[in-house]
Ligand binder design. Sequence first.
Ligand SMILES: *Cc1c(COP(=O)(O)O)cnc(C)c1O
Length: 377
Amino acid sequence: MDTLPFIDLKSQREAIREDLEPRLKKVLGSAAFIQGPEVRELEEELARFVGVSECVSCANGTDALVLPLMAWGVGPGDAVFVPAFTFIATAEVASLRGASPVFVDVDPATFNIDAADLDRKIAAVEAGGKLKPRLAVTVDLFGLPADYPAVKAVCDRRGMAVLEDAAQGFGGSRDGARAGNFGLAAATSFFPAKPLGCYGDGGAVFTSDAELAAVLRSLRGHGAGADRYEHVRIGVNSRLDTLQAAVLLSKLKAFPGELAARDRAASRYSELIGDLCETPKVPLGCLSSWAQYVVKLPAGADRDAVIARMRDKGVPTMVYYPRPLHLQPAYLPLGGRAGDCPVSERLCGEVLALPMHPYLDEATQERVVRTLRESLA
Ligand SMILES: *Cc1c(COP(=O)(O)O)cnc(C)c1O
């Protein structure tokens, strides 16, 4: 039996081909491969799409998280609060700056950072007296914006800033505001598998703080000052290349339609699967960009066996994420233990991501669900 794609980038390429190919040819013809006009054009369109004044593109989503930390001088002695249930990059960037990640549990229904546990973990760091609570990095996991009203209430009370990790949430919204709006700055990734992906690596930072944006632009270009060979701070090399910007301009045109298609596909899955396992919840006022469609298998299900049976029938699945960050080997030296973030630990054993992309048709979804049903039996 043929194997389904987990994310169907080939169908997408066919859908955008007519718009994409002339753009790529133009870049090839101009030979302006670095900082060509498409990069600035894309930054303007992305800022407009998100509803902020500034977009600073960069080389990948991890850099998009590091650059604001550099701009704010986050470093040794600072505690950076991150969810335990996310991709490693969310925490890694704090460690890269010499700051200390502090892992916070997540909400079992939304998979996003639990504001009550955030409050407890901040209090514990304050009581410890060794680290200064500095920043919370919130993740819009699987496409759903975090609970910003609750997170901001905690952070405002404690005098802490929020950095939004919208690598997965780009395109989602909460109370009418799009992901990318919710922190002092927000980072996204254009890795091919993200909701808005390019054909390689790429990322961007969003903010409505023009001064911060100017510092970010300097930092991404070796700390450039008035001209390219004046360096006023220590920066990095983190550029989005022109070809990737051209790809993203093309994909951004198709993106609103794709988001609607993802939402329809998610609703269809939830109707078909509701009786089988716990389907993802979208709180009132929220739209998910459905970076992933993740179910929780029923208690007692043998997930490895389900995955193997589905794979044998040509249906790929993924486990996001099999290990919470506080129990990752790289972070064990910080002293994390089983029980520190019990919800995250439990979710890691229950979650299963099904094929999700804007080009899923009903028949394919029915096949996925039929296969899941047979594999759970
Ligand atoms: C993908 C991802 C990143 C990192 O993005 P890259 O472009 O791969 O560097 C950061 N945070 C989260 C939550 C992600 O899913």
